[in-house]
Structures are given as C-alpha cells and as structure tokens.
Design a protein around this ligand. Structure first.
Ligand SMILES: C[S@@+](CC[C@H](N)C(=O)[O-])C[C@H]1O[C@@H](n2cnc3c(N)ncnc32)[C@H](O)[C@@H]1O
Length: 236
C-alpha cells in the first residue's frame, strides 16, 4: 500500500483524508491477510462500477450499505453478520484497521463485505447514483482546532457526494462524541436540500439506535466521560 505524499498545492478544502495510513508493524498473519485476502475483497475503483452496484457481490446483494472509517471493524462485522443478504462496503485507509476487519472476515467466514483501503471521497465518486441504502460515519476524526475544521469528513461537498449515491429514503447515520462536530454536522446537513434530520425527541439522538454495536472509539469516549450523539438523516 503506497503512502500518499502531501501535496502543498492542494488546499485542505479539496481533500477528505488526512489521517494515518500506517501504525504499528503488522503481525505475520495480518500481513498475509493484507497480501492475500484483501486483493480478493478490494473494490477495483480504477474500473467502472457495475451499473447495478448490487452486482459488486455475486450473487447480487439485496441492498448495499457503506461504512466510512470503520477503524477496528467491530460495527461493520456485526452489521454484516446480522444482515446477511445486504452487501457492505467498508472504507478505511488505515492498514492496521484493514488487517483487523480481514481477521474478523476470515474467522467468522463473512461473505458480504467488500473493502476499499482509501479515502471515502474517492469511493463515493466511483459509486453509481442512488446505489446505497445507508452510509454510516462513526466517530470520525474530530479535528477540534478551528484551523483544521476543513479536514473534517463532513463538508458541503461530501454531503453532496453522499446524497448522490444514496437512494431516496436511504440514510446517513453519524455518531460522534465531540459536541462541536455534532453541531457542525447538524448545521451542514440542515442547509442541504437533500437530507432531513429524523430526531423527534432528545432520546432519538442521545441513545444509540436498536442493534447498535459500540466501537473502540465509542468505548474510549465513555471511559473519558463524553456522551455520543447518534444522528440519523434521511435522503429526501
Ligand atoms: C477516530 S477513528 C474511528 C474508527 C471507528 N469508526 C471507531 O468508532 O472506533 C476515525 C477513522 O476514520 C478513518 N478515516 C479518516 N478519514 C477518512 C476518509 N477520508 N475516508 C475513510 N476513512 C477515513 C481513519 O483512518 C480512522 O480509522
């Protein structure tokens, strides 16, 4: 996997990925999974997507969902096992996260996950219009400093990109324990004509939705005394 060189000519506002691609050295079996299992499950976004994106899976999936920045993959693996006829695309540039989901796919013989080891903005651009029923963004990198807000994944252009690939009635779900990023997301989504926020009462965003699988960053937030918000937006 190649390391992206930073390009000083590209403005923050043009890019969606600023995190790490590599962490600690992979164990031998993890490296083998990256070398041998990932190529079988990786989406080839240098080729055109199938017109019916459900045919990414064979046989075609009933429905398609995407999780952006799945980290350790706890939520993605659990959802894929619960909804066995749905096809899941997991997007994560961090190679150690990729190794973790591959280990779960291998151990539980999960057949309905495909992977993209890069920037979700590139994946969104590749996917056909109205191809997904749901996009999950769970504890995205918060970029708390004002001068880094442009690095947050939620921006007008990524909201438009998500709106393009979601079906009418599809959902964008956002989980975050940083109040300022929740407010940022609410204000950006509320000025988009393409989404409506689904909360009717406080518990609709204070509590996780039914069946939610807590992630590593969710547990870290709880340990450190921060409460997460669970925001659901419907594509109109
Ligand atoms: C704070 S971690 C959260 C991981 C996981 N969702 C969790 O809750 O434990 C954010 C993750 O988003 C990934 N990420 C950051 N920018 C991304 C982008 N543009 N496309 C896809 N993933 C991205 C990072 O590599 C990182 O693993």
């Amino acid at each position: 996997m190649s390391e992206r060189k930073s390009d000083p000519d590209r403005e923050d506002s043009e890019r969606a990925f600023f995190g790490r691609r590599k962490g600690h050295k992979l164990r031998q079996h993890q490296a083998e999974l990256i070398d041998h299992l990932l190529p079988r499950l990786a989406l080839a976004i240098d080729r055109a997507a199938p017109a019916d994106a459900r045919e990414i899976f064979a046989p075609a999936a009933d429905d398609l969902r995407l999780e952006i920045g799945f980290g350790g993959g706890e939520h993605l693996a659990a959802e894929a096992q619960t909804f066995a006829t749905t096809g899941f695309i997991g997007c994560e540039p961090y190679v150690n996260g990729m190794a973790k989901i591959l280990a779960q796919i291998e151990a539980a013989e999960i057949g309905n996950i495909r992977l993209f080891a890069g920037d979700a903005a590139e994946l969104l651009a590749w996917l056909p219009e109205a191809s997904l029923s749901r996009i999950d963004l769970i504890h995205p990198d918060p970029w708390p400093k004002r001068r880094h807000w442009k690095r947050r994944f939620v921006q007008d252009r990524t909201i438009a990109a998500m709106a393009r690939v979601l079906k009418a009635g599809g959902e964008f779900r956002f989980v975050c324990d940083i109040d300022d990023y929740c407010a940022w997301t609410l204000s950006h989504l509320s000025r988009s004509q393409d989404f409506v926020w689904l909360a009717e009462r406080a518990d609709d965003f204070r509590l996780p939705w039914a069946g939610y699988t807590m992630t590593r960053y969710g547990r870290k937030a709880t340990r450190e005394g921060r409460k997460a918000a669970y925001l659901r937006f419907r594509r109109v």
